[in-house]
Design a protein around this ligand. Structure first.
Ligand SMILES: [Zn+2]
Length: 426
């Protein structure tokens, strides 16, 4: 049974029931946050989750909001690998580096966590359609889960998204529109107006359910570490739903007595458009418009402003003792290459998690003994153009010729067996 109790407004504390479809606070238009009765949790919650026959995210259903009797809309999301990266870690001066690879989600990005939950929730309350705005990955995920759930999906996708990302949204069955705009602020105003007009929005934070699923990061990571807590968690930040949700999840585990502290939360953006870093470094509580979103290859997290001023993200970063880090285009390309060499294919906006670590020791915010979890939010296949840009081209062209291949591969490593073909003399 879900321990979720109600929605609470960030700004005016108005309580809203979880039994109706809402987006923003009906009184003041503020952001709504799901609240839980964690005191009612079973003392065996963690071991029940471990023993749950269900796979992935839904093992943690008690800690997620889902209407009574609602069934999960699932494509197999969650329980992505948490990989120890010994060599890469040693190279970066942090041998305790781990990568949480959400590029392995059903539609290739971490967005699947949020849409699995938000679409399940909405369908459980009778929704038949919805819309979202997307830089590309969210649109594909939303479209896929809506198809699975039987909901009509409309996606407004940034015109800067590559053709493959846009086509994937369409392939999953959604109505797609390319979105043109001058500043992210225009989009946020339109989104708020639509929500006030009663259109059901699935945009991060405007939709109060989506980011709740990102709490499961914390559950999966701490469970995999046998209920130890990483010192640092690094996450790319577009809207910041991943970082905020993870932070909430760690705090819940602490309230439940399963862990005794939360990691330092580190949010990463490309230096050419880093409203979060700008606000963090200047001591502001909210972001202001800054930077050029078209100047980075980290397209999935490129924005010159943040939804509701990124206030929640700034709070999570500051209260956890973390930081906001800007990374250059060169660092992003280097991180993609380093991750590739370590068998992890990350799109540019995902590789920023590792790009941020390149100078972390030097800058003094990382220590050698730190356990660091870098989240990879999307697979490299999401942005084929970037892969072509950073990967080495093929070494050459060859024919199917054994002698030529031997020259390329090098000397034989074992004694060749005596193979007699039908044409060999006996
Ligand atoms: Zn309010």
């Amino acid at each position: 049974m879900s321990l979720a109790t109600h929605l609470l407004c960030d700004d005016c504390n108005t309580v809203t029931a979880l039994t109706t479809l809402v987006n923003l606070c009906p009184v003041c238009g503020g952001l709504l946050e799901v609240q839980y009765d964690l005191a009612g949790a079973s003392p065996n919650l963690a071991s029940h989750a471990a023993a749950n026959r269900q796979q992935g995210m839904w093992r943690w259903r008690d800690l997620l909001p889902l209407p009574e009797g609602a069934t999960e809309v699932s494509l197999g999301e969650g329980d992505t690998p948490l990989m120890a990266m010994e060599e890469l870690g040693a190279r970066l001066g942090i041998p305790g580096l781990l990568v949480k690879n959400d590029g392995l989600m059903p539609t290739g990005s971490f967005k699947d966590r949020g849409f699995a939950l938000a679409v399940s929730f909405a369908r459980g309350l009778g929704a038949e359609r919805g819309f979202t705005y997307s830089s590309g990955n969210a649109g594909a995920s939303f479209a896929a889960y809506c198809s699975r759930a039987g909901l009509d999906a409309t996606v407004f996708v940034e015109a800067a998204a590559n053709d493959t990302k846009v086509a994937m949204i369409s392939m999953y069955g959604a109505a797609v529109y390319r979105l043109h705009y001058d500043s992210s602020a225009e989009i946020f105003d339109a989104l708020d107006a639509l929500a006030r007009a009663g259109q059901h929005s699935f945009v991060n934070f405007v939709n109060p359910i989506r980011h709740e699923a990102m709490k499961v990061y914390a559950y999966e990571i701490c469970e995999a570490l046998d209920w130890a807590v990483p010192d640092v968690m690094v996450h790319p930040v577009g809207t910041g739903g991943g970082l905020w949700g993870a932070w909430k999840g760690f705090n819940e585990l602490r309230s439940l007595g399963l862990i005794d502290r939360v990691p330092r939360m580190v949010g990463v953006q490309p230096a050419v458009c880093a409203p979060l870093v700008d606000a963090y470094e200047n001591g502001r509580e909210a972001t202001v418009r800054t930077g050029d979103a078209s100047a980075t290859m980290a397209q999935s997290i490129a924005g010159d402003d943040m939804i509701h001023g990124g206030r929640r993200i700034l709070r999570a970063i500051r209260e956890s003792g973390g930081r906001a880090v800007a990374v250059t285009e060169e660092e992003i390309a280097e991180a993609m290459t380093l991750l590739g060499s370590a068998a992890v294919a990350a799109e540019p906006s995902a590789a920023v998690s590792v790009a941020a670590l390149l100078n972390g020791r030097e800058a003094g915010w990382l220590a050698e003994h730190d356990t660091v979890v870098a989240v990879i939010t999307g697979t490299a296949l999401k942005q084929p153009g970037a892969v072509l840009k950073v990967a080495r081209p093929p070494r050459g062209d060859v024919r199917a010729d054994a002698a030529e291949w031997t020259r390329i591969i090098g000397a034989p490593v074992f004694a060749a067996p005596a193979i007699h073909s039908a044409t060999s003399p006996r």
